[in-house]
Design a protein around this ligand. Structure first.
Ligand SMILES: [Zn+2]
Length: 271
């Protein structure tokens, strides 16, 4: 599943190709399950800018509208000077940029992704359902202390997966954040001290800097970047899918299930 680092990689690859003057929009015959806003006039427009919030991409159009793209389980974007003929391509924006012909395609084999064409008001409505992006400055110790007060009984690891509080976090990242912070994934918010929360914040930075710089972590059957290349694979993980803890180098990693999701931790390093 594409998580924050993978989506950031896609954003960074598309951004230098903008602006793109779109002359043609091609939809697959099952694109209705992905494209949720149907009344958007698909005339020519220019994609001027791309941003990311959590796992969601936002394309800014010259007419003031936005395209919001959530990648679901298996969504990705491809950008190419050649027409995109890949299987499971559901939306293609074809046109030109400063280099000539350019094609931007949305590919999604399992079709859990969503796309909206929004005006600014609708977009604001929709974005209020997303919490602060965990790689941005608004995700800080004050914010974590506020959550501790408001949600004292939440169990930290499954809580980290709730996008309305922690935009961008997915399953492997949540396990890794807890590991680097030395926090058991089963701890409740109310048991975490300010020092614990400071370590958690530090841990998000450590994990994200590693995964963003190697182009996102890849799992089997999973993610490709905007050029169709596979990521570098599982590299910097210390507990997720690991046998031995990568922090202490000796303890056997334990696996438990929390809120139906596989959760990994080191009994020695995480208290
Ligand atoms: Zn350990």
């Amino acid at each position: 599943m594409p998580e924050l680092p993978e989506v950031e990689t896609i954003k960074k690859q598309i951004a230098p190709k903008l602006p793109i003057k779109v002359e043609k929009v091609i939809l697959s015959n099952v694109s209705d399950s992905i494209v949720k806003t149907k009344d958007y006039p698909l005339k020519s427009f220019t994609i001027e800018k791309i941003e990311r919030q959590g796992k969601v991409l936002r394309f800014y159009l010259d007419d003031g509208r936005r395209i919001i793209s959530g990648l679901g389980m298996s969504g990705s974007w491809r950008i190419s000077n050649n027409p995109i003929g890949e299987k499971h391509t559901h939306v293609i924006f074809s046109g030109t940029n400063s280099d000539g012909d350019i094609h931007l395609g949305y590919i999604d084999p399992r079709r859990f992704g969503v796309m909206h064409f929004f005006n600014i008001e609708n977009e604001a409505d929709w974005l209020t359902r997303l919490g602060p992006d965990v790689s941005k400055p608004e995700f800080n110790v004050d914010y974590l202390l506020k959550l501790k007060k408001e949600k004292p009984n939440k169990v930290i690891k499954p809580f980290l997966l709730e996008q309305q509080f922690f935009a961008g976090v997915g399953n492997y990242m949540a396990s890794e954040f807890c590991a680097h912070a030395g926090i058991r994934p089963t701890r409740r918010m109310k048991t975490l001290s300010k020092a614990d929360l400071e370590r958690l914040l530090e841990a998000t930075k450590v994990v994200l800097s590693g995964t963003i710089s190697n182009g996102g972590t890849t799992f089997s059957g999973g993610y490709q970047d905007a050029y169709g290349d596979k990521g570098e694979g599982v590299q910097n993980l210390v507990v997720f899918y690991q046998k031995t803890c990568g922090l202490c180098g000796q303890e056997t990693v334990k696996k438990v299930t929390l809120a139906q999701r596989g959760t990994y931790y080191c009994p020695h390093c995480q208290k």
